[in-house]
Design a protein around this ligand. Structure first.
Ligand code: RB5
Length: 149
């Protein structure tokens, strides 16, 4: 499994904590930045990490900002990306099971580091259920391709 990581300055520390956790678990990742707490623009880092998922260079993205909101908006503009802001374990599980999310977004001002790590573990280990949910995910792709529903 390969992960792409991205964050702005508002979640630099959270990204570093996630990175440490991935290192401990022996999970491969690419860190697309940012690389310090100096102010940067979140769309760039969300884009870089999300685009890697869309291109198949990584299986999942973990993308963070202060709230998780801005990076989720940016990531969801990348074709093929289904990014979900998660704030608890239930959301992290359900967005894999039902939405086949391939990017989890988290906010450093919203969740504790411990909560974020738990969500990462759940997100990365939960399978998509398929079935009726596949039809709905396909409809998301239709919207992305400009089809009217
Ligand atoms: C940066 O100040 C902040 O706006 C950003 O981290 C994020 O929360 C945006 O949605």
């Amino acid at each position: 499994m390969k992960i792409s990581l991205g964050a702005d300055h508002g979640a630099y520390e959270l990204k570093e904590a996630v990175k440490k956790h991935l290192n401990e678990k022996g999970i491969e990742y690419t860190d697309y930045g940012c690389f310090s707490k100096e102010s940067v623009d979140y769309p760039k880092y969300a884009y870089l990490a999300a685009a890697a998922v869309a291109k198949g260079e990584s299986d999942f993205g973990i993308i963070c900002c202060t709230t998780g909101l801005g990076v989720s908006m940016a990531a969801n503009k990348v074709k093929g990306v289904r990014a979900a802001v998660c704030t608890d374990n239930h959301l992290a599980e359900m967005t894999r099971r039902h939405n086949n999310a391939n990017v989890i977004c988290m906010g450093q001002s919203v969740v504790s580091t411990e909560q974020a790590i738990e969500m990462v573990d759940i997100f990365l280990s939960t399978e998509f259920e398929g079935g009726r949910h596949q039809r709905r995910v396909d409809l998301l792709t239709d919207i992305e391709n400009g089809k009217e529903l």
